[in-house]
Design a protein. Structure first.
Length: 155
């Protein structure tokens, strides 16, 4: 286990104990939750999401790699990974074009950290998955189509 991971586990345990003991109040916990960008998670398109995140039209980039299955047998749990080779990557976002709300996940990337994230997302139907990277004041995007099937035997 790396040192950073150990520190994270220790801090998580400490916060859990503080919350259980009532030292960390519900008001403080609520303030932490409100720090996320609710408007960005309610957008319906790539352009609207990037605008809600504070950017303008993202540029296509070959320096972003999206790893996802070509055909997903179960749209409820689609594994997706995004890796950025763009210098000074500050955040990585995963969007799904045809979902009711396009922004599926957002990750802040601390400096000195490898800009590589993976998660599982929910997809209602066959759609483009976008990996959006914020580097400095600019946004970059890469696209991969993922087909969602019932049973994984078709397109």
């Amino acid at each position: 286990m790396t040192t950073l991971r150990r520190d994270f586990v220790k801090l998580s345990g400490a916060f859990a104990l503080l919350a259980a003991a009532g030292v960390l109040t519900q008001k403080q916990a609520l303030a932490q939750q409100q720090a996320w960008n609710k408007a960005a998670f309610e957008t319906k398109s790539l352009a609207d999401t990037v605008k809600a995140l504070g950017g303008s039209a993202p540029a296509e980039s070959a320096d972003i790699a999206i790893t996802a299955p070509d055909i997903a047998e179960n749209g409820a749990v689609v594994p997706v990974a995004v890796e950025s080779k763009i210098p000074n990557t500050q955040a990585i976002y995963i969007l799904v074009e045809k979902n009711p709300n396009s922004l599926a996940a957002g990750f802040n990337i601390p400096s000195g950290t490898s800009p590589n994230v993976s998660t599982r997302i929910k997809m209602g139907q066959t759609s483009n998955v976008y990996g959006v990277v914020k580097a400095g004041d600019k946004y970059y995007v890469a696209t991969k189509e993922v087909k969602v099937t019932l049973g994984g035997c078709g397109g």
